[in-house]
Design a protein around this ligand. Sequence first.
Ligand code: FE2
Length: 435
Amino acid sequence: MTFEVMSMENPMLFVRNVTLPDGRRGHDVLARDGRIEAIGPQLPLPEGATLLDGQGWLLSPPFVDAHFHMDATLSHGLPRVNQSGTLLEGIALWGELKPLLTQDALVERALQYCDWAVAKGLLAVRSHVDVCDDRLLAVDALLHVKQQVKPYLDLQLVAFPQDGVLRSPTALGNLKRALDRGVDVVGGIPHFERTMADGAESVRLLCELAAERGLHVDMHCDESDDPLSRHIETLAFHTQRLGLHGRVTGSHLTSMHSMDNYYVSKLLPLVAEAQVHAVANPLINITLQGRHDSYPKRRGMTRVPELMAAGVNVGFGHDCVMDPWYSSGSADMLEVAQMGLHVAQMTSQAQMRACFDAVTVNSAKILGLDGYGLAVGARADFVLLQARDPVEAIRLRAARLAVVRGGQVVARTPAATATLSLPGRSASVDWTLQR
Ligand code: FE2
Protein backbone atom coordinates (compact mmCIF):
# COMPACT_ATOMS: atom_id res chain seq x y z
CA MET A 1 0.00 0.00 0.00
CA THR A 2 1.22 3.49 -0.63
CA PHE A 3 1.72 5.97 2.16
CA GLU A 4 0.20 9.41 2.07
CA VAL A 5 1.63 11.99 4.45
CA MET A 6 -0.97 13.90 6.46
CA SER A 7 -1.12 17.64 6.24
CA MET A 8 1.39 18.80 8.79
CA GLU A 9 0.46 20.70 11.93
CA ASN A 10 4.06 20.47 13.07
CA PRO A 11 6.43 18.54 10.82
CA MET A 12 8.57 17.48 13.81
CA LEU A 13 7.60 15.22 16.72
CA PHE A 14 10.10 14.23 19.39
CA VAL A 15 9.17 11.26 21.58
CA ARG A 16 11.37 11.17 24.65
CA ASN A 17 12.33 8.18 26.78
CA VAL A 18 10.50 5.11 25.56
CA THR A 19 11.09 1.36 25.73
CA LEU A 20 11.13 -0.42 22.39
CA PRO A 21 9.47 -3.81 21.78
CA ASP A 22 12.90 -5.53 21.63
CA GLY A 23 13.64 -4.32 25.17
CA ARG A 24 15.90 -1.33 24.46
CA ARG A 25 15.17 1.29 27.12
CA GLY A 26 15.62 5.04 27.37
CA HIS A 27 15.35 5.65 23.64
CA ASP A 28 14.09 8.77 21.89
CA VAL A 29 12.38 8.91 18.51
CA LEU A 30 12.45 11.87 16.15
CA ALA A 31 9.83 12.07 13.42
CA ARG A 32 10.03 14.61 10.63
CA ASP A 33 7.71 15.07 7.65
CA GLY A 34 5.83 11.87 8.45
CA ARG A 35 8.87 9.61 8.63
CA ILE A 36 11.09 8.38 11.46
CA GLU A 37 14.36 10.30 11.15
CA ALA A 38 16.25 9.00 14.18
CA ILE A 39 15.98 6.49 17.01
CA GLY A 40 18.50 6.29 19.84
CA PRO A 41 19.39 7.14 23.41
CA GLN A 42 19.56 10.82 24.39
CA LEU A 43 18.96 12.36 20.99
CA PRO A 44 19.13 16.17 20.86
CA LEU A 45 15.70 17.83 20.99
CA PRO A 46 15.37 19.94 17.82
CA GLU A 47 14.06 23.45 18.24
CA GLY A 48 10.37 23.77 17.45
CA ALA A 49 9.56 20.06 17.69
CA THR A 50 6.40 18.91 19.46
CA LEU A 51 7.49 16.97 22.56
CA LEU A 52 5.80 13.76 23.70
CA ASP A 53 7.18 12.47 27.01
CA GLY A 54 7.16 8.65 26.89
CA GLN A 55 8.06 8.26 30.59
CA GLY A 56 9.73 4.94 29.87
CA TRP A 57 6.56 3.29 28.52
CA LEU A 58 6.51 0.91 25.58
CA LEU A 59 6.47 2.39 22.08
CA SER A 60 5.10 -0.08 19.55
CA PRO A 61 4.41 0.05 15.84
CA PRO A 62 0.64 0.36 15.36
CA PHE A 63 -1.69 -2.60 15.64
CA VAL A 64 -2.77 -4.25 12.39
CA ASP A 65 -5.94 -6.34 11.99
CA ALA A 66 -5.38 -9.00 9.33
CA HIS A 67 -9.02 -10.09 9.10
CA PHE A 68 -12.20 -8.10 9.63
CA HIS A 69 -15.71 -7.55 8.26
CA MET A 70 -16.35 -3.82 8.22
CA ASP A 71 -19.59 -4.12 6.23
CA ALA A 72 -21.24 -5.93 9.16
CA THR A 73 -19.60 -4.23 12.11
CA LEU A 74 -21.67 -2.34 14.72
CA SER A 75 -24.91 -3.69 13.26
CA HIS A 76 -25.68 -5.52 16.51
CA GLY A 77 -29.44 -5.60 17.07
CA LEU A 78 -30.32 -4.93 13.41
CA PRO A 79 -32.94 -6.02 12.58
CA ARG A 80 -32.85 -8.12 15.76
CA VAL A 81 -30.36 -9.62 18.20
CA ASN A 82 -28.83 -13.07 17.61
CA GLN A 83 -30.62 -14.82 20.49
CA SER A 84 -28.75 -18.13 20.35
CA GLY A 85 -25.33 -16.62 19.62
CA THR A 86 -24.63 -19.36 17.07
CA LEU A 87 -23.01 -19.16 13.62
CA LEU A 88 -26.15 -20.47 11.92
CA GLU A 89 -28.45 -17.84 13.45
CA GLY A 90 -25.78 -15.25 12.62
CA ILE A 91 -25.80 -16.27 8.93
CA ALA A 92 -29.62 -16.14 8.91
CA LEU A 93 -29.54 -12.72 10.55
CA TRP A 94 -27.05 -11.37 8.00
CA GLY A 95 -29.42 -12.60 5.27
CA GLU A 96 -32.27 -10.66 6.92
CA LEU A 97 -30.15 -7.55 7.30
CA LYS A 98 -28.63 -7.43 3.78
CA PRO A 99 -31.79 -6.25 1.95
CA LEU A 100 -32.27 -3.53 4.56
CA LEU A 101 -28.76 -2.07 4.27
CA THR A 102 -28.33 1.46 3.01
CA GLN A 103 -25.09 2.97 1.86
CA ASP A 104 -25.32 5.86 4.32
CA ALA A 105 -25.82 3.53 7.27
CA LEU A 106 -22.93 1.30 6.14
CA VAL A 107 -20.63 4.29 5.83
CA GLU A 108 -21.70 5.69 9.17
CA ARG A 109 -21.07 2.44 11.04
CA ALA A 110 -17.73 1.83 9.32
CA LEU A 111 -16.52 5.35 10.12
CA GLN A 112 -17.56 4.91 13.73
CA TYR A 113 -15.61 1.66 13.87
CA CYS A 114 -12.54 3.37 12.35
CA ASP A 115 -12.74 5.93 15.17
CA TRP A 116 -12.77 3.10 17.70
CA ALA A 117 -9.81 1.52 15.90
CA VAL A 118 -7.66 4.66 15.83
CA ALA A 119 -8.34 5.25 19.53
CA LYS A 120 -6.98 1.74 20.17
CA GLY A 121 -3.88 2.30 18.04
CA LEU A 122 -5.22 0.07 15.27
CA LEU A 123 -4.12 1.89 12.12
CA ALA A 124 -4.42 -0.78 9.41
CA VAL A 125 -7.29 -3.17 8.76
CA ARG A 126 -7.85 -5.79 6.06
CA SER A 127 -11.62 -6.06 5.71
CA HIS A 128 -13.56 -8.56 3.68
CA VAL A 129 -16.58 -7.09 1.92
CA ASP A 130 -19.47 -9.28 0.81
CA VAL A 131 -19.90 -9.15 -2.99
CA CYS A 132 -22.97 -11.40 -3.12
CA ASP A 133 -25.35 -8.46 -3.29
CA ASP A 134 -25.89 -7.56 -6.94
CA ARG A 135 -26.11 -3.87 -6.00
CA LEU A 136 -22.57 -3.97 -4.56
CA LEU A 137 -23.84 -1.53 -1.97
CA ALA A 138 -21.31 -2.53 0.67
CA VAL A 139 -18.46 -2.46 -1.86
CA ASP A 140 -19.21 1.12 -2.84
CA ALA A 141 -19.73 2.14 0.78
CA LEU A 142 -16.40 0.71 1.93
CA LEU A 143 -14.51 2.08 -1.08
CA HIS A 144 -15.83 5.47 -0.03
CA VAL A 145 -14.79 4.85 3.59
CA LYS A 146 -11.34 3.70 2.46
CA GLN A 147 -10.71 7.06 0.81
CA GLN A 148 -12.19 9.02 3.69
CA VAL A 149 -10.07 7.37 6.40
CA LYS A 150 -6.85 7.22 4.33
CA PRO A 151 -5.17 10.04 6.25
CA TYR A 152 -5.42 8.10 9.52
CA LEU A 153 -6.11 4.42 8.76
CA ASP A 154 -5.06 2.02 5.99
CA LEU A 155 -8.15 0.07 4.94
CA GLN A 156 -7.51 -2.82 2.58
CA LEU A 157 -10.56 -4.52 1.03
CA VAL A 158 -11.07 -8.15 0.03
CA ALA A 159 -13.81 -9.11 -2.45
CA PHE A 160 -15.52 -11.82 -0.43
CA PRO A 161 -18.16 -14.06 -2.05
CA GLN A 162 -19.91 -14.94 1.21
CA ASP A 163 -22.45 -17.25 -0.51
CA GLY A 164 -19.79 -19.10 -2.53
CA VAL A 165 -18.25 -17.98 -5.82
CA LEU A 166 -19.64 -21.06 -7.62
CA ARG A 167 -22.66 -21.66 -5.41
CA SER A 168 -24.10 -18.17 -5.94
CA PRO A 169 -24.89 -17.60 -9.65
CA THR A 170 -23.89 -13.93 -9.77
CA ALA A 171 -20.97 -14.05 -7.32
CA LEU A 172 -18.10 -14.38 -9.81
CA GLY A 173 -19.35 -11.52 -11.96
CA ASN A 174 -19.92 -9.39 -8.88
CA LEU A 175 -16.47 -10.21 -7.56
CA LYS A 176 -14.84 -9.09 -10.82
CA ARG A 177 -16.92 -5.89 -10.81
CA ALA A 178 -15.78 -5.22 -7.24
CA LEU A 179 -12.13 -5.63 -8.29
CA ASP A 180 -12.76 -3.32 -11.26
CA ARG A 181 -14.08 -0.69 -8.84
CA GLY A 182 -10.90 -0.79 -6.76
CA VAL A 183 -11.22 -3.60 -4.22
CA ASP A 184 -7.67 -4.75 -3.50
CA VAL A 185 -7.67 -8.49 -2.82
CA VAL A 186 -9.37 -11.64 -4.20
CA GLY A 187 -11.40 -13.51 -1.56
CA GLY A 188 -13.09 -16.89 -1.47
CA ILE A 189 -14.85 -19.43 0.75
CA PRO A 190 -14.10 -22.91 -0.66
CA HIS A 191 -15.52 -24.89 2.29
CA PHE A 192 -18.93 -23.28 1.68
CA GLU A 193 -19.18 -24.42 -1.93
CA ARG A 194 -21.55 -27.36 -2.55
CA THR A 195 -18.91 -30.08 -2.84
CA MET A 196 -15.24 -30.60 -2.04
CA ALA A 197 -14.62 -30.62 -5.82
CA ASP A 198 -16.37 -27.27 -6.23
CA GLY A 199 -14.34 -25.91 -3.31
CA ALA A 200 -11.09 -26.97 -5.00
CA GLU A 201 -12.29 -25.54 -8.32
CA SER A 202 -13.11 -22.21 -6.65
CA VAL A 203 -9.57 -22.02 -5.25
CA ARG A 204 -8.11 -22.68 -8.70
CA LEU A 205 -10.16 -20.10 -10.54
CA LEU A 206 -9.76 -17.41 -7.87
CA CYS A 207 -5.98 -17.88 -7.68
CA GLU A 208 -5.79 -17.66 -11.48
CA LEU A 209 -7.90 -14.50 -11.40
CA ALA A 210 -5.52 -12.96 -8.85
CA ALA A 211 -2.48 -14.01 -10.92
CA GLU A 212 -3.97 -12.45 -14.07
CA ARG A 213 -4.65 -9.18 -12.30
CA GLY A 214 -1.49 -9.09 -10.17
CA LEU A 215 -3.48 -9.13 -6.94
CA HIS A 216 -3.21 -10.79 -3.55
CA VAL A 217 -5.51 -13.60 -2.39
CA ASP A 218 -7.11 -14.00 1.05
CA MET A 219 -9.62 -16.80 1.45
CA HIS A 220 -11.85 -17.87 4.28
CA CYS A 221 -10.41 -21.35 4.17
CA ASP A 222 -11.62 -24.45 6.00
CA GLU A 223 -13.59 -22.57 8.66
CA SER A 224 -15.07 -25.77 10.03
CA ASP A 225 -14.29 -28.61 12.43
CA ASP A 226 -14.22 -31.14 9.57
CA PRO A 227 -10.73 -32.70 9.55
CA LEU A 228 -11.20 -33.59 5.88
CA SER A 229 -11.71 -29.98 4.84
CA ARG A 230 -8.32 -29.60 3.17
CA HIS A 231 -8.68 -26.62 0.86
CA ILE A 232 -5.54 -25.12 2.41
CA GLU A 233 -3.61 -27.86 0.60
CA THR A 234 -5.18 -26.81 -2.72
CA LEU A 235 -4.53 -23.15 -1.91
CA ALA A 236 -0.84 -23.83 -1.25
CA PHE A 237 -0.61 -25.95 -4.43
CA HIS A 238 -2.04 -23.24 -6.71
CA THR A 239 0.06 -20.60 -4.94
CA GLN A 240 3.17 -22.52 -5.93
CA ARG A 241 1.92 -23.39 -9.42
CA LEU A 242 1.14 -19.75 -10.23
CA GLY A 243 4.18 -18.28 -8.48
CA LEU A 244 2.07 -16.33 -6.02
CA HIS A 245 4.52 -16.87 -3.16
CA GLY A 246 4.01 -14.39 -0.29
CA ARG A 247 0.82 -12.98 -1.86
CA VAL A 248 -1.69 -15.53 -0.56
CA THR A 249 -3.35 -15.83 2.84
CA GLY A 250 -5.41 -18.65 4.31
CA SER A 251 -7.81 -17.20 6.88
CA HIS A 252 -9.25 -19.23 9.77
CA LEU A 253 -7.88 -22.68 8.80
CA THR A 254 -9.82 -24.06 11.78
CA SER A 255 -10.18 -27.57 10.32
CA MET A 256 -6.44 -27.93 10.87
CA HIS A 257 -7.21 -28.09 14.60
CA SER A 258 -9.03 -31.38 14.00
CA MET A 259 -6.79 -32.91 11.32
CA ASP A 260 -4.76 -36.05 11.69
CA ASN A 261 -1.27 -35.27 13.00
CA TYR A 262 0.49 -37.24 10.26
CA TYR A 263 -1.36 -35.32 7.57
CA VAL A 264 -0.51 -32.00 9.24
CA SER A 265 3.17 -32.97 9.34
CA LYS A 266 3.01 -33.19 5.53
CA LEU A 267 0.81 -30.12 5.10
CA LEU A 268 2.82 -27.56 7.10
CA PRO A 269 5.99 -27.75 4.96
CA LEU A 270 3.82 -27.31 1.85
CA VAL A 271 2.23 -24.15 3.31
CA ALA A 272 5.65 -22.85 4.36
CA GLU A 273 7.24 -23.54 0.94
CA ALA A 274 4.38 -21.70 -0.80
CA GLN A 275 4.88 -18.80 1.65
CA VAL A 276 1.15 -18.79 2.31
CA HIS A 277 0.32 -16.58 5.31
CA ALA A 278 -2.09 -17.86 7.95
CA VAL A 279 -4.62 -15.86 9.94
CA ALA A 280 -6.27 -17.09 13.12
CA ASN A 281 -9.22 -15.25 14.61
CA PRO A 282 -9.03 -16.35 18.24
CA LEU A 283 -12.13 -14.59 19.61
CA ILE A 284 -14.36 -15.93 16.87
CA ASN A 285 -12.79 -19.37 16.48
CA ILE A 286 -13.16 -20.15 20.20
CA THR A 287 -16.81 -19.09 20.16
CA LEU A 288 -18.01 -20.50 16.82
CA GLN A 289 -16.07 -23.75 16.47
CA GLY A 290 -16.79 -26.98 18.30
CA ARG A 291 -20.52 -26.26 18.33
CA HIS A 292 -21.38 -29.77 17.18
CA ASP A 293 -19.30 -31.30 19.96
CA SER A 294 -20.66 -32.47 23.28
CA TYR A 295 -17.73 -32.93 25.69
CA PRO A 296 -14.82 -32.64 25.31
CA LYS A 297 -15.36 -29.58 23.09
CA ARG A 298 -12.65 -28.71 20.58
CA ARG A 299 -11.16 -25.22 20.72
CA GLY A 300 -11.22 -24.99 16.95
CA MET A 301 -8.42 -22.46 16.44
CA THR A 302 -5.77 -23.40 13.89
CA ARG A 303 -2.38 -24.71 15.01
CA VAL A 304 -0.70 -21.37 15.59
CA PRO A 305 2.54 -22.40 17.37
CA GLU A 306 3.08 -25.31 14.98
CA LEU A 307 2.56 -23.07 11.93
CA MET A 308 5.01 -20.54 13.36
CA ALA A 309 7.56 -23.26 14.13
CA ALA A 310 7.27 -24.45 10.51
CA GLY A 311 8.21 -20.95 9.34
CA VAL A 312 4.72 -19.77 8.34
CA ASN A 313 3.89 -16.13 8.97
CA VAL A 314 0.82 -16.07 11.25
CA GLY A 315 -1.30 -13.00 11.97
CA PHE A 316 -4.33 -12.61 14.21
CA GLY A 317 -7.60 -10.97 13.19
CA HIS A 318 -10.54 -9.56 15.14
CA ASP A 319 -12.97 -10.81 12.45
CA CYS A 320 -16.13 -9.39 14.05
CA VAL A 321 -17.18 -6.62 16.42
CA MET A 322 -20.83 -6.14 17.40
CA ASP A 323 -22.35 -7.84 14.35
CA PRO A 324 -24.73 -10.75 13.65
CA TRP A 325 -22.05 -13.30 14.61
CA TYR A 326 -20.42 -11.69 17.62
CA SER A 327 -21.89 -9.24 20.08
CA SER A 328 -18.65 -8.26 21.79
CA GLY A 329 -15.35 -6.54 20.94
CA SER A 330 -13.97 -3.01 20.87
CA ALA A 331 -11.28 -2.86 18.14
CA ASP A 332 -8.73 -3.88 20.77
CA MET A 333 -6.09 -6.07 19.13
CA LEU A 334 -4.53 -6.70 22.56
CA GLU A 335 -7.75 -8.49 23.51
CA VAL A 336 -7.32 -10.58 20.35
CA ALA A 337 -3.69 -11.35 21.24
CA GLN A 338 -4.67 -12.25 24.79
CA MET A 339 -7.31 -14.70 23.60
CA GLY A 340 -4.90 -16.20 21.05
CA LEU A 341 -2.28 -16.68 23.75
CA HIS A 342 -4.77 -18.55 25.95
CA VAL A 343 -6.44 -20.67 23.30
CA ALA A 344 -3.11 -21.77 21.78
CA GLN A 345 -1.50 -22.20 25.23
CA MET A 346 1.33 -19.95 24.03
CA THR A 347 2.65 -19.13 27.48
CA SER A 348 6.43 -19.27 27.08
CA GLN A 349 8.08 -15.84 27.04
CA ALA A 350 8.93 -16.20 23.34
CA GLN A 351 5.41 -17.36 22.48
CA MET A 352 3.73 -14.49 24.33
CA ARG A 353 5.89 -12.08 22.39
CA ALA A 354 4.97 -13.95 19.21
CA CYS A 355 1.30 -13.23 20.02
CA PHE A 356 2.16 -9.52 20.17
CA ASP A 357 3.89 -9.88 16.78
CA ALA A 358 0.73 -11.54 15.41
CA VAL A 359 -1.22 -8.30 15.93
CA THR A 360 1.61 -6.03 14.75
CA VAL A 361 4.50 -7.00 12.45
CA ASN A 362 3.17 -10.36 11.20
CA SER A 363 -0.16 -8.86 10.16
CA ALA A 364 1.62 -5.89 8.57
CA LYS A 365 3.50 -8.39 6.41
CA ILE A 366 0.19 -9.99 5.36
CA LEU A 367 -1.22 -6.62 4.27
CA GLY A 368 2.08 -5.76 2.58
CA LEU A 369 2.23 -2.43 4.40
CA ASP A 370 4.84 -0.10 3.03
CA GLY A 371 7.25 1.48 5.52
CA TYR A 372 5.81 -0.24 8.59
CA GLY A 373 7.83 -0.55 11.80
CA LEU A 374 10.01 1.32 14.23
CA ALA A 375 13.03 2.01 12.06
CA VAL A 376 14.75 5.00 10.54
CA GLY A 377 12.98 5.85 7.29
CA ALA A 378 9.77 4.06 8.24
CA ARG A 379 6.46 5.90 8.51
CA ALA A 380 6.08 7.77 11.78
CA ASP A 381 3.16 5.64 12.93
CA PHE A 382 3.30 4.26 16.47
CA VAL A 383 1.49 3.74 19.74
CA LEU A 384 2.63 4.62 23.26
CA LEU A 385 1.32 1.91 25.58
CA GLN A 386 1.02 2.01 29.36
CA ALA A 387 3.18 -1.09 29.72
CA ARG A 388 6.90 -1.83 29.97
CA ASP A 389 7.02 -4.65 27.43
CA PRO A 390 4.78 -6.52 24.94
CA VAL A 391 3.86 -9.26 27.43
CA GLU A 392 2.68 -6.71 29.98
CA ALA A 393 0.79 -4.89 27.22
CA ILE A 394 -1.16 -8.08 26.46
CA ARG A 395 -1.79 -8.83 30.15
CA LEU A 396 -3.17 -5.36 30.85
CA ARG A 397 -4.69 -4.65 27.44
CA ALA A 398 -2.66 -1.54 28.11
CA ALA A 399 -4.03 1.98 27.72
CA ARG A 400 -3.05 3.66 24.46
CA LEU A 401 -1.55 6.78 26.01
CA ALA A 402 -0.88 8.30 22.58
CA VAL A 403 -1.47 7.16 19.01
CA VAL A 404 0.71 8.76 16.33
CA ARG A 405 0.02 8.74 12.59
CA GLY A 406 2.41 10.35 10.16
CA GLY A 407 4.18 12.12 13.02
CA GLN A 408 0.96 13.66 14.41
CA VAL A 409 -0.75 12.63 17.64
CA VAL A 410 -4.22 11.51 16.54
CA ALA A 411 -5.57 9.98 19.78
CA ARG A 412 -4.87 10.09 23.48
CA THR A 413 -6.17 8.02 26.37
CA PRO A 414 -5.59 8.82 30.04
CA ALA A 415 -3.44 6.35 31.97
CA ALA A 416 -5.38 3.61 33.74
CA THR A 417 -4.97 4.18 37.46
CA ALA A 418 -7.16 3.76 40.51
CA THR A 419 -6.90 5.70 43.76
CA LEU A 420 -7.69 3.78 46.92
CA SER A 421 -8.95 5.19 50.21
CA LEU A 422 -8.26 2.42 52.68
CA PRO A 423 -8.32 2.33 56.49
CA GLY A 424 -5.37 4.40 57.63
CA ARG A 425 -3.84 5.00 54.22
CA SER A 426 -4.45 6.01 50.67
CA ALA A 427 -2.76 4.47 47.65
CA SER A 428 -2.88 4.24 43.90
CA VAL A 429 -2.43 1.28 41.55
CA ASP A 430 -1.88 0.93 37.81
CA TRP A 431 -1.50 -2.89 37.76
CA THR A 432 2.08 -2.74 36.37
CA LEU A 433 4.68 -4.71 38.28
CA GLN A 434 6.71 -2.25 40.37
CA ARG A 435 10.38 -3.25 40.65
FE1 FE2 B 1 -14.18 -13.72 8.44
